[in-house]
Design a protein around this ligand. Structure first.
Ligand SMILES: *Cc1c(COP(=O)(O)O)cnc(C)c1O
Length: 231
């Protein structure tokens, strides 16, 4: 087994163990490998080891890799980082999912671009559960109103919430985001399924699974550490 394959096995084992500990079905937790800053050849190795969707946080980089890996059957891409509205136009070419929705202007532009391309996009609303200024996403209190305003968007499939927890109070952030997701899922008439809860990264995904995560976004534990760069 190559490095990537053995690290993937280790991460999958940890996910399975966290699911057992939380009395959850591992089939209910999806692993989204995060390949940002890493070369396409490592993504190719991960695809060969059974991964079919990858998370990236920079549009140009994701587009380049999607082109470089166009020969890999069944590969799809998720943008997981903040997106400027003027870059929405690049997504229909390669993106299947966007996990950082945080403004109506962006939703409007994504909807327009995907509708024009005859495609749909799965979207998750990003919640700033930690309240840290350095993080993107909507404050939790604004999420219900925002969710209700997503009615007119026919090319967008609203699937749930995404959050990045604070380092020191991750359990609190995960619990609050999970409660918010449950509340939205139980709200009549809201557009979207709210079956997705994307939370947990290399350093905290076990705890996120304990709090109900359905998608964990794991970079470093699979692809190794990254050179510092603004994210
Ligand atoms: C980079 C990134 C990850 C992965 O982080 P690791 O700590 O390397 O696992 C997850 N989510 C988002 C939004 C990211 O930008």
């Amino acid at each position: 087994m190559n490095d990537i394959a053995s690290r993937l096995t280790a991460v999958r084992d940890r996910i399975a163990a966290a699911c057992r500990a939380a009395d959850r079905d591992p089939a209910d937790v999806r692993l989204l490998p995060v390949s940002k800053t890493k070369p396409s050849e490592l993504v190719r190795a991960a695809a060969a080891a059974g991964c079919d969707r990858f998370g990236e946080n920079m549009v140009q980089e994701a587009r380049r890799k999607a082109r470089e890996l166009a020969d890999v059957p069944g590969l799809s891409w998720a943008i997981i980082g903040h997106l400027q509205t003027n870059k929405a136009k690049y997504l229909p070419e390669f993106a299947a999912e966007f996990q950082a929705l945080d403004s109506l202007a962006l939703a409007t532009e994504l909807d327009r671009r995907f509708a024009a391309a005859g495609r749909t996009l799965d979207v998750l609303i990003e919640v700033n559960s930690s309240g840290e200024n350095s993080k993107f996403g909507l404050p939790p209190a604004e999420v219900p109103g925002f969710a209700a305003a997503l009615h007119p968007f026919e090319a967008l499939r609203v699937r749930g919430l995404m959050t990045i927890a604070s380092r020191d109070r991750a359990a609190r952030d995960f619990a609050e985001t999970a409660a918010l997701r449950d509340r939205l899922r139980g709200t009549d008439g809201l557009p979207g399924s709210y079956d997705e809860l994307s939370m947990g990264m290399s350093g905290d995904f076990e705890e996120a699974i304990a709090h109900g995560a359905t998608c964990v976004r794991v970079g470093t534990a699979i692809f190794g550490s990254r050179a510092a760069r603004p994210v």
